[in-house]
Design a protein around this ligand. Structure first.
Ligand code: BEZ
Length: 255
């Protein structure tokens, strides 16, 4: 009997995301300060996920629209009362309608960044702002390297270990500037991120396609990655920390 090839695309389960990745929204305080959303503004949340941040902004009087490519996440966002739509971030269809576009922990999943930034530029009113935080250069480097080592050892597809877009600030600044933005501020900083529910859970939520390729051996592969990472990312009490690096940026579209 032919077995179906494991899916290569990342998929999301809102329940498991809520349990193992709630820190993503909890850690968004600084980028929300940069956004400085005002009641009455119309703001697009690009890659809104399950809509936790979108809902909080809407409650403060901002007219929010959330988009995400995951239908399951959009369903979860709608259940919170968010105006949420399934849309590919690399093919945004809005036209000069938002005061700001906001994005937290989503842009690194979109591997055609030029198309994303062009869509953001089209979505903004002239002079509108783009405020985002996402993974930057060297983000989760140790985790990716450990996955690649296990992939090599097991004869797997190592390209599935790290499919993300993690630019340097210089690269991202250049991308914005050639698409009509003026960069107000941009920086790359380390944000060691405690994983309260552990490394295995993080690996299974955020890099599912890599482990799915090993079929019945998926859990064994997860355990091997953990073993490689433990000396550097697990403390003596057994707590895990992920080696996150973030880019935070505020840019304005020309008038
Ligand atoms: C991040 O938020 O930086 C991230 C999330 C999942 C995989 C890789 C990076």
């Amino acid at each position: 009997m032919a077995t179906e090839a494991p899916a290569r695309a990342q998929t999301w389960n809102p329940d498991s995301y809520g349990t193992h990745a709630r820190f993503v929204a909890d850690l968004a305080g600084a980028v929300l300060e940069w956004l400085d959303a005002q009641p009455g503004e119309r703001i697009l949340d690009l890659g809104c996920g399950d809509g936790v941040i979108t809902e909080a902004l809407a409650r403060s009087g901002v007219h929010m629209v959330g988009v995400d490519s995951s239908a399951d996440m959009i369903e979860a966002a709608r259940a919170r009362g968010v105006d949420a739509r399934v849309m590919d971030g690399e093919a945004l269809t809005f036209d000069r309608e938002f005061d700001a576009v906001f994005s937290n922990a989503a842009l690194h999943w979109m591997t055609r960044p030029e198309a994303v930034v062009q869509g953001v530029a089209r979505a903004l009113k002239p002079g509108g702002r783009f405020v985002a935080e996402f993974g930057g250069h060297t983000n989760v480097a140790a985790i990716i390297t450990a996955m690649r080592a296990v992939g090599l050892r097991r004869g797997g597809d190592v390209s599935l270990a790290g499919p993300w877009f993690f630019p340097t600030p210089d690269e991202y600044r250049a991308l914005l500037e050639r698409n009509g933005f003026e960069v107000k501020r941009i920086g790359l900083f380390g944000r060691p991120t405690p994983l309260k529910t552990g490394m295995a859970a993080w690996l299974k939520v955020f890099r599912k396609p890599f482990f799915d390729q090993f079929g019945a051996e998926a859990d064994a592969a997860v355990a091997e990655v953990e073993e490689l990472l433990a000396p550097s990312l697990r403390d003596q009490s057994g707590n895990w920390t992920a080696d996150y690096m973030r880019i935070r940026v505020e840019a304005r579209l020309a008038r």
